[in-house]
Design a protein around this ligand. Structure first.
Ligand code: FES
Length: 125
């Protein structure tokens, strides 16, 4: 049964605790890799890129990475594309990828925190 709240102070404390939990979840220490899997992304090889990333992450036993997919980014000519989003750093969007470049992004950016400049299309704070 839920604990009864008896004072405004208690309510404020509860609210703060809930907000902190949300913040922790948002910040965490996880890196998110978002692969664009729209029709043109898939046609350009996004599936192979996704498989290479999953393989590299598994092979290296990396546990603090979330791999997910998004739809069309509206930039067909730059596909296959993905974004690396780190909790404490800027977001980097990569384009014109293939399996090898995808593996490099895992090794250089995700593990060694070094943006693969030659494949980066944009960086957002
Ligand atoms: S159809 Fe969406 S970017 Fe090409």
């Amino acid at each position: 049964m839920m604990k009864q709240i008896k004072s405004v102070d208690e309510l404020i404390k509860l609210k703060e605790a809930a907000l902190n939990k949300i913040k922790e979840r948002q910040i965490g220490n996880k890196t998110t890799i978002v692969v664009n899997m729209g029709t043109c992304g898939i046609a350009a090889g996004a599936r192979e890129v996704m498989m290479a990333i999953i393989d590299e992450i598994e092979k290296r036993n990396i546990s603090n990475v979330i791999i997910t997919q998004a739809g069309c980014a509206g930039l067909c000519e730059h596909e296959p594309m993905l974004a690396v989003i780190r909790p404490d750093k800027s977001q980097v969007i990569y384009g014109h990828l293939d399996k090898e470049k995808a593996r490099r992004i895992v090794i250089e950016h995700v593990i060694h925190d070094k943006v693969v400049e030659e494949c980066a299309l944009a960086q957002q704070a």
